[in-house]
Design a protein around this ligand. Sequence first.
Ligand code: MRU
Length: 367
Amino acid sequence: MNVDGKPYRSIWLNDDGVSVDVIDQTRLPHAFEILNLRSLDDSCVAIADMVVRGAPLIGATAAYGFYLAMRQDASDSAMLSAYEALNATRPTAVNLRWALDRMRSALTRVPAQSRVEHALAEAAAVAELDVEINQGIGRHGLELIRRIAADKPPGDAINILTHCNAGWLATVDWGTATAPIYMAHDAGIPLHVWVDETRPRNQGASLTAWELGHHGVPHSLIVDNAGGHLMQHGMVDLCLVGSDRTTRSGDVCNKIGTYLKALAAFDNAVPFYVCLPGTTIDWEIGDGLRQIPIEQRDGLEVSRVHGRLADGSIGSVSIAPEATPVVNYAFDVTPAKLVSGLITERGIVEASEATLAEAFPEHPRHR
Ligand code: MRU
């Protein structure tokens, strides 16, 4: 998508043809800075410290990280250590494991001396696939938005609520929840996005608001607790969120607070759709509440707020007593029964085991 009129993806091969560039998302929206990754270690730190984040981009970064690891050592044992190091960076987004499995299986088949070249091609294919998938999600989501627009008075904007950043910054391009929004906006359908700030790291305020603004999509930032009120007053026509891991039965794990939005949407008969690539489905898991590992992060993310300070520098300020114990769960699970539908690259499907299996017949169903 565009940044100041220049098209960007969130990850790309540097002009040196060797190293990998990413946008440093810890600096947004205050500074647009590119970070250069040259090693396995750089890639692990970038994912763990959330320089890059969002399920699909975590997967793509892991794939490029695997390639960078092969440049350092392409032996079988190095492949194993690279897999383990990258897989340990963040526990919830399943695209990480998907991308690493894909890299390992492609590279196991080739001799060590050709692994670097194959790893680069495979990582580029992972990134390219993500872009195609998100365009597919966008096309199917656009049809849904068109149907909702048809029920509104002509010219009235559709109000869409989104949580966290499921935008192009969370993927390689287009985003998942934002792909239908960008396509609808580009097609001239009037819309307005309610952007949840998404405490504690404020990915909505710092990233979603930033990217929607750069594309010219009308939006307003709201506190996380405002969604229920807006829905009660008919100010939300549609909720679109992303997913970090979806079970084969359609339970959706996404950024903490997603579940509360789904509850409010259910109570107010607001359609609640989850936009997700097939790569985000964990076919091994049927029970999201009990089986998805929920990342717990540093309490400082809650007790401090990060932003631009009065002197222009980027830093954080404390908002709680220093000694207050903090608990920081990063994700929650929305049960399938609260989900109106899953918008995938294969179409919009009901959040159920039967319909997911029908849409993705190539995946064996695990019991
Ligand atoms: O902790 P993050 O910022 O990686 O969490 C990201 C989200 O929860 C997104 O909504 C999710 O990855 C789906 S988006 C493509």
